[in-house]
Design a protein around this ligand. Structure first.
Ligand code: APR
Length: 312
């Protein structure tokens, strides 16, 4: 019997990859293949999660592998393979190690899942997303990066806490790179449709923005080994869902810019419509001079890094 189920490949069966697969399984989105350089690690996690199918009520297959032939026909590939940060490191400190992993993984994807849509998670996110697009040669709309869903969720959490309201009623908007140059946008962050600039004082908003920008680092420091994975893995699953179900979500994501916001030939976090063809549209917000210059500063920072550290 022909199988019309969707297929999702998750590369890297570590903390982020396994969390992403776990969320995808519970959402019943299709068959999941977990690929890791360590075959037993991927197989063991897949088997453990498969044995949870009855308990959490999901079906479909969940398999582990180290062989790229097994990702053939994947509709979406989520890439989480790579080293996470340790205390004291910036995401950019991971560049050299993770760039070579992305190259190896990209070549496997290009050969075996040439029609897939890629959701990058490996850090430094915006640089690795650019690198992956170059390695695969996929059209830029089919390669995007997960950062804004996570950064906005972090901001949402802090806003809900400060306002004393449900997280469900908060809509945060965080643009820019997934790092110290991140650009949280209070004017575009609302609670029940009301901008937080009407609900919270300036100092509180400033503290929220700063905690959001260093949200990942706060967790790295607490964990003392490795970095955040529940929220990053879930955020990547939400992006995969948007593509698989053609949900046309309006979310911030790392996208390839060709002049939008005055930036060119760089991947950076901007609001997009994410659907079956990947990034279907980039939304151009009317930013204030200050907001726009923060976004451009972030984009230019990564452009310099692309040239100086990755040779683009
Ligand atoms: N091919 C496939 N898998 C690989 C490769 C490779 N070339 N190199 C490493 N891996 C796998 C590792 O074996 C490991 O299982 O990637 C996995 C990474 O998992 P963790 O070390 O648990 O790291 P994790 O916390 O999941 O973070 C992964 O996501 O958020 C980012 O900064 C984070 O870059 C990091 C990535």
């Amino acid at each position: 019997m022909a199988n019309s189920r969707k297929k999702i490949a998750v590369i890297g069966a570590g903390n982020v990859g396994a969390t992403c697969a776990f969320v995808l399984a519970q959402k019943k989105l299709g068959d999941i293949v977990l690929l890791d350089i360590y075959e037993g690690f991927a197989k063991g996690k897949a088997l453990d999660m498969s044995q949870n199918g009855q308990v959490l009520n999901y079906d479909g297959s969940l398999t582990g592998t180290s062989n790229y032939e097994d990702i053939a026909g994947a509709d979406v590939v989520v890439v989480t393979s790579g080293f996470p940060r340790q205390p004291g490191m910036t995401r950019e400190d991971l560049i050299a190690k993770n760039a070579s992993i992305v190259k190896q993984v990209g070549e496997g994807i290009k050969q075996h899942a040439p029609d897939s849509i890629l959701v990058m998670v490996t850090n430094p996110l915006d640089l690795m997303t650019y690198h992956m697009q170059k390695v695969t040669g996929f059209p830029a709309n089919r390669v995007c990066g997960q950062a804004g869903v996570l950064d906005s969720a972090r901001m949402t959490h802090f806003v809900a806490d400060a306002v004393g309201c449900s997280e469900e009623d908060v809509q945060a908007m965080v643009l820019g790179g997934h790092g110290d140059t991140m650009v949280p946008l209070p004017r575009f962050t609302t609670v029940g449709g009301i901008a937080i600039t009407h609900l919270l004082d300036e100092d509180t908003i400033e503290a929220i923005c700063q905690r959001t920008a260093s949200g990942g680092g706060e967790i790295v420091k607490l964990l003392e080994r490795g970095s955040a994975f529940y929220a990053p893995g879930s955020a990547a699953a939400i992006m995969a869902e948007a593509v698989l179900m053609d949900r046309k979500r309006l979310i911030p994501a790392s996208a390839y810019l060709t002049g939008e916001y005055g930036l060119d030939d760089v991947y950076i976090g901007v609001p997009v419509i994410l659907g079956a063809s990947g990034i279907e549209r980039i939304i151009q917000l009317e930013l204030s001079n200050e907001e726009l210059s923060s976004l451009q500063k972030s984009g230019n920072f990564y452009k310099t890094q692309l040239t100086e550290l990755l040779g683009y």
